[in-house]
Write a new protein. Structure first.
Length: 239
């Protein structure tokens, strides 16, 4: 149901030269995940790896106790400008997210990768769909949802949610289930990997049962600016 919203929007733009960015050709989506294995992806971690696997046409993951660093399921290819769509279902208290323009950290760093992250936030704060600069053991929120109740209610726990991320130049926009959650201006990262993250965890094995699931990952990497959607959130620079 959520994916049909975006499909309908793009179809309307293709028919009208007066709404949004006029389109004359269909979006050229490419699947990023074959539903069978991690072909085209690599798993990056240091030390003990979180549990990640493919089943039921989904990428699945759960945290493991005493994992000192995050586990990244990362595209082998790098992307600059793109439009990404994908579905996520979160079963409980597990921090995760879509990362993009992700950089490989030097061996001397305390983490393996850093870049932008569209946060999936299971806390009572409910900032899922916000964006932060993720650099491992610490981070900096670039776009919070603290003043946007509509955005904070866009994501539904224990259900499939459709994310749309548009990264065009220094402008990054996010929708969840058709609801706009972020419209950020920031130029720190221009190109890098796209990744899914399973968070590190301390000595709390009782939390290992919580899982996250991803499916229907697809991307427009060629001329994505032709297929952007209008958004009623004003663009703003980092918080």
């Amino acid at each position: 149901m959520h994916r049909s919203f975006f499909t309908l929007q793009l179809a309307l733009f293709a028919l009208s030269p007066f709404i949004g960015t006029a389109q004359t050709d269909a979006p050229r989506w490419k699947s990023m995940f074959n539903g069978k294995n991690f072909k085209g992806w690599t798993i990056i971690h240091r030390g003990k790896q979180a549990h990640v696997w493919v089943a039921d046409g989904q990428i699945n993951g759960n945290k493991l106790a005493n994992t000192p660093q995050h586990t990244f399921i990362t595209t082998k290819k790098q992307y600059g400008d793109f439009i990404l769509e994908g579905d996520c279902k979160l079963d409980g208290d597990l921090h995760t997210g879509f990362l993009f323009r992700l950089q490989n950290a030097p061996d001397t760093a305390t983490i393996p990768m850093y870049g932008y992250q569209v946060k999936i936030d299971p806390t009572p704060r409910r900032w899922t769909g916000g964006i932060f600069d993720d650099f491992g053991k610490t981070w900096h929120w670039l776009y919070t949802l603290k003043d946007d109740e509509r955005a904070r209610t866009a994501f539904h726990m224990n259900e499939w949610n459709t994310f749309r991320i548009e990264a065009i130049g220094d402008n990054m926009k996010v929708w969840i289930n058709g609801i706009p959650t972020a419209n950020l201006i920031n130029g720190k990262y221009a190109k890098g990997h796209i990744a899914l993250k399973v968070h590190s965890m301390g000595n709390t094995p009782e939390k290992e049962a919580v899982q996250v699931h991803y499916k229907n990952l697809r991307i427009i990497g060629r001329h994505p600016e032709r297929y952007t959607l209008p958004m009623d959130l004003a663009a703003r620079k980092a918080d």
